[in-house]
Design a protein around this ligand. Structure first.
Ligand code: PLP
Length: 486
């Protein structure tokens, strides 16, 4: 095996591909790019290898700035930009082989599948793993395919208000509709039925004291009674599965109360409905745990709330494209060769990067760092909550933090303009924050666009966590001033 030594094109020419972009190239890009959505900053390189800071260049002015990224680029870069250990493992893989067809077993594929089966919680332990080279949408579609095979007389899936499961045509249908933001009539509407999501801060049954992701102490879990109706006959066809985000992410960082998950398991067992957790955002460490609440509840409450199938993407690829699904070994079905392959689905690079990331997190104890820094930031945010009427709720374990912005704490009315203002002001102050997904009605009315997310890489230091909190307050103050001036 040799190091990289270009044979045909010069090193300078090859290096320039990623190092720079000139104004003429950007102008041409603006003409040719089909996607209308791109930001003013070009991300050039990590400030240092494995850093939450990134060097950016402004499209219009050419100005270079260092920005701390609390979005981890779609909540993906658990180890920051260009982590050296992951990159080393990937470079080693690249020297050997960069692509194999989907039926080939590469060393990384064997190790990755085994690793996930070994780590998986509860009824998923020693389960069967599916991988893809894309991400969450394909992982959930694989879960749906498996459920269809396993429950062959049932073909509908229960999904929840505010759920987001991806952007393929089928997953758009499974996700909270964003009418008028996308123009596609959903495909396969008969395959999904949507039901309200338990939402303790905004309880449909008017319990007023849900806060910080916890239910009102008086609550009698009426929300589950509604879910139960769907599970036991209200849906328009027989249910094969129920797909849920244990801690709903895009829809606003909204957790399922553990008591609901306990009851869900009872009814799903009785009705032979498979439980599918979409852990695309929350899985593998973002909450400080491998498997969000499954692991937390097992440790803290002694409950096995593991599902029948669990899906992942984002951090699991170590910053490279990868999606994965693990199913309980009790589902004694396998896919036929034509049922689950794609051209790049056995990607050695993504699998190697993912395995390297597992090792870095475990050895570096970054899951513990995630919990610590998460507590540190959340504590500061709660102090700010005392001071600012617009901070309604703060939700999320670990570095999976969402802050609900409200007109005032009493009414809990979602704040209308503040989120947007803060996102713009944050970039001015060299920090990226992220937004939640809005709800959009058929006439284009937008609501619930009021949750701001702080989800930096899990490697941030104590000083960086303080810096993020200082910046959050400064961005909030300035944004409120800007709104008042309008
Ligand atoms: C919970 C959840 N599921 C699924 C997806 C879709 O993943 P992908 O965009 O990789 O297809 C996402 C993406 O943000 C997500 O947050």
């Amino acid at each position: 095996m040799t190091d990289f030594e270009p044979k045909i094109v010069s090193k300078e020419e090859l290096s320039r591909i990623s190092a720079e972009v000139n104004p003429e190239e950007l102008l041409l890009f603006d003409n040719h790019c089909l996607s209308a959505h791109y930001e003013d900053k070009v991300l050039i390189e990590a400030k240092e290898p494995g850093s939450p800071w990134v060097v950016t260049k402004d499209i219009k002015t050419g100005e270079r700035t260092e920005i701390i990224d609390c979005t981890s680029q779609n909540w993906t870069l658990a180890l920051g930009f260009a982590h050296p250990d992951v990159n080393y493992a990937v470079a080693e893989q690249m020297k050997r082989i960069t692509h194999v067809k989907s039926s080939v077993v590469s060393p990384a594929r064997a190790k990755f599948v085994n690793k996930l089966a070994e780590l998986a919680p509860g009824r998923l332990k020693d389960g069967r793993v599916h991988i893809n080279n894309s991400g969450g949408s394909l992982a959930i579609e694989a879960a749906i395919k498996l459920a269809l095979v396993a429950r062959k007389d049932a073909d509908q899936f229960l999904v929840f208000r505010g759920g987001y499961h991806g952007n393929t045509l089928a997953m758009l249908t499974a996700s909270q509709p964003i009418h008028t933001i996308t123009r596609f009539r959903p495909f396969g509407v008969d395959r999904f039925v949507r039901c309200p999501q338990p939402y303790c801060y905004r309880c449909m049954w008017n319990y007023k004291n849900g806060l910080y992701g916890q239910k009102d102490p008086q609550c009698n879990l009426e929300c589950f009674e509604l879910i139960k109706e769907y599970l036991t006959g209200l849906s328009s066809a027989k249910l094969a599965g129920v797909i849920l985000e244990v801690w709903q992410a895009a829809g606003g960082h909204i957790p399922f109360p553990p008591e609901v998950l306990v009851k869900l398991r009872e009814v799903c067992n009785q009705e032979k409905i498979l439980i599918i957790y979409d852990e695309s955002q929350t899985g593998v460490w973002r909450t400080g745990k491998y498997f969000t609440l499954t692991e937390k509840y097992e440790k803290e409450l002694g409950l096995d709330l593991s599902p029948d199938i669990m899906c992942f993407t984002k951090a699991i690829g170590g910053g490279f494209p990868l999606g994965a699904m693990i199913a309980s070994p009790k589902i004694r079905k396998r896919f036929t060769p034509s049922e689950d392959h794609t051209t790049f689905s056995s990607t050695p690079i993504g699998l190697t990067a993912g395995l390297a990331a597992f090792k870095v997190i475990e050895k570096g104890k970054f899951n513990e760092n995630c919990e610590e820094r998460g507590k540190q930031i959340t504590k500061r945010l709660k102090e700010l909550q005392e001071k600012y009427e617009v901070i309604g709720d703060i939700r999320g374990p670990g570095l999976f933090i969402g802050i609900e912005l409200v007109e005032n704490k009493e009414s809990r009315e979602p704040h209308k303009g503040l989120l947007n203002e803060m996102l713009i002001e944050a970039v001015r102050q060299n920090i990226f924050f992220g937004p939640s997904m809005p709800y959009v009605s058929g006439t284009g009315n937008m609501s619930m666009y009021n949750l701001i997310k702080i989800k930096p890489p899990l490697i941030i230091t104590e000083e960086e966590a303080d810096y993020i909190c200082d910046k959050f307050e400064s961005v909030l103050k300035e944004s409120l001033n800007n709104i008042n001036k309008k």
